[in-house]
Design a protein around this ligand. Structure first.
Ligand code: DAH
Length: 344
């Protein structure tokens, strides 16, 4: 028995296991019901009383050695298993955070502003909730003009001599600028406007305009034409032509509407320009002397021109978008089309 105990002691001290399975097998082989140490305890019952004490102690030491070794091996395998487990790969690319992009209306607005900035225009802004005076009265609208009708304009407060309303055009910012500045004045006024319109492919109740105003001594219609031509060529391409058609606005005299040569068919006629070869882009004219005088500018000394354009309209023509509603629905498929747009 002594020999067996010594052999087993040596074996246990040498014992090496790489897996939990090997440890479990070793435990069963040594300490299991039919294990070698268990068998020695059974044999121990038969040893003579003189050596019982000695072997009893030895067997207990052996059993403790075996169970300690098993625990030790278990701990080692657990450590090496966790070291070998695949850890986070820090070199892997992270979850991509999609970059947003600017809305096409913002891109078009910025392009228009950039072009006129190059021509020396400043940017002016005014309130969206305006009064009748700045939207209509000071711009020479007669008291019964249809634009003042509830059907066309959203009123905030009615029944007042100067009711509050949502501005229907950015021309109101012309008036505020003339009230605050002395000529020479050269500003563009981008902003949001509101009209009581049924929503369709061509109309919306909220949209954006850019107003332009230039007042100085001796400003004439040729200056207006040249400013619009230069703008159209920057915006739609160097070979763009313009044409002016006589029109009417209460705040300008004479007034005109401006068309640009169709940038899709180059004047040949297509379904975007409805076969005409021309696309309407803005209204303009020489500032009516009544408008200058209403804002305290001497119409004998100064003259000026003004123009106004819809940003959505310019954006639709530039990018051939056939339905205005796309600009307001925030469909990501539409917005992503503009994610690579670079402003001029
Ligand atoms: N305010 C006009 C509109 O909303 C656009 C416009 C036309 C502005 C002629 C002007 C202008 O300054 O001269 O339809």
């Amino acid at each position: 028995m002594k020999e067996q105990i010594e052999q087993l002691t040596a074996q246990i001290q040498e014992l090496k296991c790489r897996t939990e399975k090997e440890i479990e097998d070793a435990r069963v082989r040594l300490l299991g019901k039919k294990g070698e140490i268990t068998r020695l305890f059974e044999e121990f019952r038969t040893v003579s009383p003189e050596v019982k004490r000695e072997f009893g102690q030895k067997l207990n030491v052996l059993k403790k050695l075996a169970s300690d070794k098993i625990q030790e091996l278990k701990a080692e395998v657990a450590v090496s298993a966790s070291a070998a487990a695949p850890s986070d790969d820090v070199s892997m690319p992270g979850d991509p955070l999609p970059l947003g992009s600017r809305h096409p209306v913002s891109i078009a607005r910025q392009e228009i502003v950039n072009i006129f900035r190059k021509f020396g225009y400043d940017v002016a802004e005014g309130p969206e909730v305006e009064d009748d005076y700045h939207v209509f009265e000071a711009l020479n609208f007669p008291p019964n003009h249809p634009a003042r009708d509830m059907q066309d304009t959203f009123f905030v407060s009615a029944g007042h001599p100067n009711p509050l309303l949502l501005r229907t055009h950015t021309s109101s910012v012309q008036v505020r600028t003339m009230e605050r500045m002395k000529p020479p004045i050269r500003v563009i006024c981008p902003g949001r406007v509101f009209r009581n319109e049924a929503i369709s492919a061509r109309a919306h109740c909220i949209f954006h305009q850019v107003e332009g105003l230039y007042i100085d001594e001796g400003v004439n219609f040729a200056d207006l034409k040249q400013a619009i031509l230069l703008f159209a060529r920057e915006m739609f391409g160097a070979d763009t032509q313009i044409r002016m058609r006589p029109s009417y606005f209460p705040f300008t005299e004479p007034s005109a509407e401006v068309d640009v040569s169709c940038n899709i068919c180059h004047g040949k006629g297509c379904n975007i320009c409805k076969g005409t070869g021309w696309l309407e882009i803005l209204g303009c004219g020489m500032v009516d002397p009544n408008v200058l005088e209403a804002s305290g500018i001497d119409s004998k000394k100064y003259s000026g021109f003004a123009f106004g354009m819809g940003i959505e309209r310019i954006a639709m023509l530039k990018w051939q978008v056939n339905d205005l509603r796309h600009y307001f629905e925030n469909d990501m498929r539409f917005l992503r089309e503009f994610s690579n747009c670079v402003e001029v």
